[in-house]
Design a protein around this ligand. Structure first.
Ligand code: AMP
Length: 193
């Protein structure tokens, strides 16, 4: 099963991606986590992308594709994946589609976690206090929400036109969101398993 998860900052996409990956026995691949690891390990790539992460801007497409290529190819051969945080733009989706065509392994479901804006802001403030993530401050959060609206929201239309978009109410309690996603994937797309 090959899934991707789209959601604004604070939508719970990281948490849900881990749970969904575990449930279906597929790899959880987070672009943000892979990029943050480079920064934490102070690799040359990490040093070149640190400023993007701290400001909430998107890392250039070529770098993101390079970081993801191997784990995604590996997971495609081993039962599938849930991609958390990629693609973030229509250009990335198109680039990913070209790679997927070569592997005969394009995305089967794009899950969208929909959460009202005021709820997101409350959640991410709490996360900023708890996580210590440098991109969880208020100014950066506002910027990340703008980036989401401008660059990522057009993806919803892109995947809706390809008839793979499934929208889930992400404002519910965490367990209920997980259950709704699993239910949706099991019921609506049984052939994927
Ligand atoms: P996330 O963990 O998904 O919230 O991502 C954290 C940060 O990593 C984002 O604010 C971006 O700076 C960067 N990032 C993650 N995924 C991507 C992507 N697909 N394209 C560009 N930048 C990304």
């Amino acid at each position: 099963m090959r899934l991707l998860l789209i959601g604004p900052p604070g939508s719970g996409k990281g948490t849900q991606a881990v749970r969904i990956g575990d449930h279906f026995g597929i790899a959880h691949i987070s672009s943000g986590e892979l990029l943050r690891q480079h920064v934490e390990q102070n690799t040359p790539l990490g040093r070149s992308i640190q400023a993007y992460l701290e400001s909430g801007d998107l890392v250039p497409d070529g770098i993101v594709m390079d970081v993801l290529r191997k784990p995604v190819e590996l997971a495609s051969r081993q039962g599938g994946y849930i991609l958390d945080g990629f693609p973030r733009t229509v250009a990335q989706a198109e680039a990913a589609y070209e790679v997927a065509k070569e592997l005969d392994a394009w995305v089967q479901v794009a899950l969208y976690l929909e959460v009202p804006r005021d709820e997101l802001i409350g959640r991410i403030r709490a996360r900023g206090r708890a996580s210590g993530r440098s991109d969880d401050t208020q100014a950066v959060l506002n910027h990340r929400l703008e980036v989401f609206d401008q660059l990522t929201v057009p993806l919803l239309d892109y995947y809706a036109k390809r008839e793979v978009l499934v929208t889930v109410d992400g404002s519910l309690p965490v367990d209920e969101v997980t259950a709704a996603v699993i239910d949706e994937l099991t019921r609506v797309r049984p052939a994927l398993r």
